[in-house]
Design a binder for this molecule. Sequence first.
Ligand SMILES: *Cc1c(COP(=O)(O)O)cnc(C)c1O
Length: 387
Amino acid sequence: MQDNFETLAIRLQAERTQFKEHSVPLYLTSSYKFDDAEEMRALFANEKEGNVYSRYANPNTDELINKMAVLEGAEAGWATASGMAAIFTTFASFLQSGDHVLSSRSVFGSTHQLLNNIFPKWGVSYTYADLDKLDQWENGIKPNTKMIFVETPSNPGIDIIDLAWLAQLAKKNGIMLVVDNCFATPYLQQPIKLGADISIHSATKFIDGQGRTLGGIILGSAKLIKEIEGFARHSGPAMSPFNAWLLSKSLETLAVRMDRHCESALKVAQFLEGNAVIKKVMYPFLPSHPQYDIAKKQMRQGGGIVTFVIDGGVAAAGKFMDGLKMFSISANLGDTRSIATHPATSTHSKLTEEERLQVGIEQGTIRLSIGLEHIDDILADIKQALA
Ligand SMILES: *Cc1c(COP(=O)(O)O)cnc(C)c1O
């Protein structure tokens, strides 16, 4: 088969059944039958590959995982019920009491909670570093640092780190590099090819892309995924077959959807950059982005998220949000529908003002997730809300 992304995303399917279906069916079964006692023994002893129980594997989750692994250049993968289940499972599989995590400061809110409040209960410590300050990464490594964790581009600040550089730093120090690749998807960025050990996705966002369901995926070497499996089989963060079925079909349109998200987001970023009441626009493929060269090197396109700061703080931000007629006000992103979020009063309201400023969130910061509506309608809505 051709190894073009679009073709693989469509043509890597589970085997057909005797019904010769064209589109893979949904396997709603909690468990599987064995031909005889010997087959049961061999499957449980891991001497034979096959389905046993849907907490472990299912034809729908297998298809999604195989596709994602090929698309991202990973050997293996594991599917979970949500993006957070994927992050929790990864932490729980590899970290133990006494270990230290060096993480980017600007991480998804619930990841922040895991690092700040949940894993410290089990003796795991953390330090935060800024994506754009490389010395903080070099100096942040301790003798007990087991894992480096990053989100790039970051949310909502859209900061970027050179993944190949970071992977080398991690390798040199014998530390595992884990990347939350949710904002980019495998179509725009492939961390494992750049040297990361694990790549994680919240499939809830652009992979589903239609705001319908939750899902998480962990990708890595066969050896590391075996360790994930050792934890996940018994702790049960499994993705449902229905969600896997839906998400695998979503992958068939990922490339065309991302092309449009990115094309429209770039136009929105360019429009905002020329506007007098906008203090700052952050988008990876704007030449004014401080890490534009790195973005160009490691990303196919700039992604679907545009963050900007409006003059006049929280009052002006609120006025802009309330002035939008088509955009949804929501905390989600990566949907067909364009969405506006005010991070300081929603996703990042639990942080102190100082912590918010450290991750690049001002009172006037607004995050836009650019959807798949016609670009003229997207721009018209932004223009009239600014006016
Ligand atoms: C949404 C999100 C998550 C969490 O994913 P869920 O599917 O909501 O659990 C993790 N990381 C990033 C970057 C996200 O945007």
